[in-house]
Design a protein around this ligand. Sequence first.
Ligand code: HH2
Length: 270
Amino acid sequence: MPGVMGILNVTPDSFSGDGRPSGAAILRGEAMIAAGADMLDVGGESTRPSMTPVAVEEEIARVVPVIRALAPRIRISIDTRNAATMAAALAAGASVVNDVTALRHDPAALGVVARAGCPVIIMHMPGTDPRRMQAQARYTDVVAEVTAFLLDRAAALRAAGVGDITLDPGIGFGKTLEQNLALLAALPALAGHGYPVLLGASRKSFIDRLSPAPADQRLGGSLAAALAGASAGVAWLRVHDVGETRQALAVWAAIRHASEMAGTSLNPAA
Ligand code: HH2
């Protein structure tokens, strides 16, 4: 069963509208721990196409109090593309780096991660600037190109001394509906390359394209994508709705277990 990573945005402008200041974010993090999160992904800068870049000092001021408060209770990943924020977050108690630019935005990021010896999540996006990713998105074969990007990047990071790497196809980052669906359909293949895979589909706009709803009313679509990821063998689900995802996974896992038991019976139809 995949681990559940709860999304904790310490931002005023996250696309899902769930961002909040540090104090409220700590309370939200505690609620996610109570709801069964395995890890919390703390971010201080939105990655939506209309984002406003945040000064690194401001980003650090947003995330560090939240990490200090929650790290004694749960594993924390820092969602940032800035090396100084990675370093400050790791010093405050975070133990995983999640970079939507796959450590390409900040030339110092690879050194921070390699020195810390921490796990890293690398995601695919066209370019390294969320404001330009839609314009830079041009694919001949989106699945082949995203897979090649992630495997090449992982090999380069390994060669530079990074040992623990998780791959993420970057749902919604510079991709059309059809391209997002192609990547979701290809998750079993991506999960077969020997690296753990993380899926971040929660509340993303492809759900709205399939069944129109504002970002805070996309739970059904988010759970459907999460279960598709679980069936495909992903290691982590990055979600806004931790308790609901846990419940969906519990039912999915129980059905899978029952079907495995039926498969081992001498008389499955009996
Ligand atoms: N998606 C978002 C942010 N960070 N990291 C990974 N690894 N994978 C993702 O799919 C991913 C991510 C965007 O979601 P959210 O954090 O809810 O919004 P915002 O960036 O606007 O704060």
